[in-house]
Design a protein around this ligand. Structure first.
Ligand SMILES: *Cc1c(COP(=O)(O)O)cnc(C)c1O
Length: 363
């Protein structure tokens, strides 16, 4: 009998989350209310060194509203990676602005500052890098470029709760930053997103855009959305927030075990002073990545994932003729292993043994 399948991701939902949801249901206050306000306050304290946080119904809504609140719209260009989930570019396009794709760095898969600079035009309004896989983007070089060219920086921190650079948390660098609370992310609220900003006017516009343009009931000030988070989702998020730092530590320990024991493939690098929170532990397979993944799944029952097989600049809605060689190479060679905090030591041993065996067979 083959051993049990090890899933590539697994949300951890326990009795505390269930009790918290039950309490909200019993209260009758289901929509956005005091649970959401408490979640924002606690998220700010635990993950943002006190910077303001605004909860919304998804990470994608968070990016969209953040861009609108920061004044992005038709005529603007926003430089984004092509090597990311499509929500990054989608949110730019939804404002009427144009996503402009830049290449990534071969070591960290985050935006390459030289490629970004080559894409800057007089229409560039902002750069929106992604802290991909939980490794912060090059905040110093991107920040310096933004200052030099007078453009803004926004952070797609969907995968990077708690990541930091020299002790400074991601989400505190850009004019705004977005954290996703989708079930496979480092913590969840079911669906949801959290937007951080240190700018009072951006925060106010975020709150207005989230709720039909209203601060006071029926005194609508602008054309807004309904992107509110419910108290039910916030209750789950509040419990998860008390655990996320412990889970991150476990992810980092799992990654350290892989670093020390995996052989025959390229393991992830971490830049000096950077804290990686391992949303994904992503190895690189020089030849026949898809065959490698198939062997892990079918011969060893080890789940794995490719994030992301098709770069955004080649997806139907975006289709550009950009030449992004590092992106293309990464899309063809990356493979993410399970690194989530539910893995047992037996799972970790099995993953290492499977990867090493498949690597050896292919070499
Ligand atoms: C998950 C994710 C998003 C979107 O978040 P949702 O909560 O799923 O809407 C955006 N960007 C990146 C990089 C993501 O991984």
């Amino acid at each position: 009998m083959s051993p049990e399948f090890i899933p590539p991701a697994k949300p951890i939902i326990g009795d505390e989350e269930r009790k918290a949801v039950d309490a909200v249901l019993a209260s009758g206050q289901l929509a956005q209310g005091t649970e959401v306000a408490s979640f924002e306050e606690e998220f700010s304290q635990v993950l943002l060194d006190g910077r303001a946080a605004v909860a919304v119904n998804s990470g994608t809504s968070g990016l969209h509203l953040g861009l609108l609140a920061a004044g992005i719209g038709a005529g603007d260009e926003v430089i984004v990676p092509s090597f990311t989930f499509a929500a990054t570019a989608n949110s730019v396009a939804l404002t009427g602005a144009t996503p402009v794709f830049a290449d990534v760095d071969p070591d960290y898969y985050t935006l390459d500052p030289a490629s970004v600079e080559a894409k800057i035009t007089d229409r560039t309004a902002a750069i929106m890098p992604v802290h991909l896989y939980g490794h912060p983007f090059n905040v110093d070089a991107i920040g310096a470029l933004a200052t030099k060219h007078g453009v803004k920086v926004f952070e797609d921190a969907a995968q990077a709760h708690g990541a930091a650079v020299n002790g400074r948390k991601v989400g505190t660098f850009g004019d705004f930053a977005m954290f996703s609370l989708y079930p496979t992310k480092n913590m969840t609220s079911g669906e949801g997103g959290m937007v951080s900003t240190g700018l009072a006017d951006v925060e106010r516009r975020l709150r207005l855009l989230r709720n039909q343009g209203m601060e006071r009931q029926y005194e609508n000030e602008l054309v807004g959305f309904n992107c509110r988070m419910t108290n039910i989702h916030a209750a789950i998020g509040r419990v998860q927030l008390t655990k996320v730092n412990g889970w991150t530590k476990t992810r980092q320990e799992n990654a350290a075990f892989f670093d020390a024991n995996i052989e025959g493939v390229v393991t992830p690098k971490v830049a000096e002073g950077y804290e990686h929170v391992y949303h994904q532990y992503t190895i690189r397979i020089a030849e026949d990545r898809d065959g490698f993944a198939k062997a892990l799944r079918e011969e060893y029952n080890v789940g794995c994932g490719v994030y992301y097989p098709i770069p955004n600049h080649r997806l139907a809605p975006f289709q550009t003729s950009d030449d992004l060689p590092v992106t293309e190479e990464a899309a063809a060679s990356v493979l993410s292993l399970p690194v989530h905090p539910s893995l047992s030591q037996d799972d970790l041993d099995r993953i290492v043994a499977a990867v090493n065996a498949v690597a050896k067979a292919g070499s």
